[in-house]
Design a binder for this molecule. Structure first.
Ligand code: FES
Length: 161
């Protein structure tokens, strides 16, 4: 009789390598998820099932952790994460207009990823540099005093990276 692959047998090799590295240590759950997030830019469902099996942790617990931390995403993420600050200082100085411009330029809504998987657009609370408002962080880089007119040029720079 032909053997059917189980879900965990079809998990990507890179996921297996990450999980194996921690040798079943359930206290390393966050580190495992972080490594998977870094490797895949999100936490694939089959990867979480595999982690649950190998670390002997309930899947429900893994989803609790994965949804608690902002660093984790259950949806595929773009190569460049764009975070538009929605804190008070940025809002007062036009942060919402920047979000609208980015949505138009990228043809996506906040929270989505472009079809080419280059950009994910998100809104976040204060980025901690209010004196530079309005601020947008792209791939970890702060763009201070950003204006709507500068956005196409900024996006072009990241498209060429
Ligand atoms: S409100 Fe935007 S950086 Fe603080």
């Amino acid at each position: 009789m032909k053997k059917t692959a189980t879900k965990t047998e079809t998990v990507d090799k890179k996921i297996k390598a990450i999980v194996d590295k921690y040798k079943g240590d359930k206290t390393a759950l966050i580190a495992v998820l972080q490594d998977i997030q870094d490797a895949c830019r999100y936490l694939p469902k089959d990867a979480l099932t595999y982690v649950a099996e190998k670390l002997a942790v309930p899947v429900s617990r893994i989803y609790e952790v994965a949804t608690f931390y902002n660093a984790f995403s259950l949806k595929p993420q773009g190569k460049h994460l764009i975070e538009v600050c929605a804190g008070t200082a940025c809002h007062v100085k036009g942060g919402f207009n920047l979000l609208e411009k980015l949505e138009r330029e990228l043809d996506i809504a906040c929270g989505d990823t472009t079809k080419d998987e280059l950009f994910t657009l998100e809104q976040v609370r204060c980025l901690g540099c209010c004196s530079l408002a309005p601020v947008v962080r792209i791939g970890g880089n702060i763009h201070a005093f950003l204006t709507q007119d500068e956005i196409p040029k900024v996006l072009k720079t990241y498209k060429e990276m």
